[in-house]
Design a protein around this ligand. Sequence first.
Ligand SMILES: NC(=O)c1ccc[n+]([C@@H]2O[C@H](COP(=O)([O-])OP(=O)(O)OC[C@H]3O[C@@H](n4cnc5c(N)ncnc54)[C@H](O)[C@@H]3O)[C@@H](O)[C@H]2O)c1
Length: 355
Amino acid sequence: MADSEASSKILVSHANAHTYVKSVLQANGVSDPHAATVADCLVAADLRGVDTHGVNRIPSYLARIRQGVLDPTAEPTIKDITPVVAQVDAKNAFGFVAAKMAMARAIGMAVAFGIGMVSVKHSNHFGMSAWLVQQALDAGMMSLVFTNSSPALPVWGGKEKLMGVSPIACGAPGVEHDFILDMAPSVAARGKIYKAKRRGEKIPEDWALDKDGNRTDDPAAALEGVMLPMGGPKGSALSIMMDVFSGVLSGSAFAGHVTNPYDPSKPADVGHFLIALKPDLFLSSEEFKERMEYLYNRVINCEKMAGVDRIYFPGEIEQLTEAERRNSGIPYVEAEIEALNAEARRVGAPDLVVS
Ligand SMILES: NC(=O)c1ccc[n+]([C@@H]2O[C@H](COP(=O)([O-])OP(=O)(O)OC[C@H]3O[C@@H](n4cnc5c(N)ncnc54)[C@H](O)[C@@H]3O)[C@@H](O)[C@H]2O)c1
């Protein structure tokens, strides 16, 4: 973080951020374990530097609870389809809760049979995909994590919002460096535009078009327009892929019918798709990890292009950010803290403790 940027931020310990999220959710009718799950995921995003999908999302989730379009008391159900395939009906619970349950079952099936695949329907936004990849890594598993999301992106050649900025994520355990890819198929995640708007910042001109189809650096104008896909037709195709696996396959909304998490007028009906895979199916666990370490070293030690000081493995920048933020705290701006405390006051929960 640049010094000028750091000086305008207020630091909050991850423990205090977690306590805030848990208590404000409990005060809104969420059970203790589900509130803890949501807090784990949102704080994990802030720790990893994925600020777009962290604690600042709380007001949008609470607006959905107040409008009755996200059920804070719902308990997702799970049904086995085959020994290695299961289906979760989220029943309009938090996406975090349903996806965590799905990944736990996928891991259990992978332990027994080498692979587990779970489809999730009638769910909600689950924030940063990497926390599900991490759930699999914590169990020593490789994973694929897909979700669909509300329309934000034109398909290649189109100009209307149709596909979601739906992230594609996967992971594999290493010796010291796990591989974690977690990327939206747009030039930038839409959450980065919401964050710039919240913070009164401009955005790069290649992120989005305004409603008239012009490039813009104004986040408000960009939110009225469309996000640009990364790599033209390829980003557009990846977004359609997320919709096929998460929406079409699951029985959830698809083809532009998922509701925006900031639109509290109706349920979101998001679909997810998760796979856990045992890494020692074809080689011993030691061989697999040695090969991952070899790959890591080949990647980070390759010859650098002009102007590049260091090459990172996917997920490594976020790991370094997490190590730093666990010590120094998570940076928020004052307006964000005010918005969070307004939610706390609304339900008589304690303010976010700044430390
Ligand atoms: N749930 C949803 O509907 C939804 C929608 C959109 C985005 N998201 C989340 O938003 C987050 C941000 O997505 P994004 O596409 O903006 O991420 P990003 O562009 O910051 O990073 C994408 C990937 O590239 C890697 N990376 C980035 N810079 C790198 C570098 N210099 N060297 C090597 N690797 C590098 C990262 O480790 C990451 O795996 C993700 O966590 C995603 O899950 C969620």
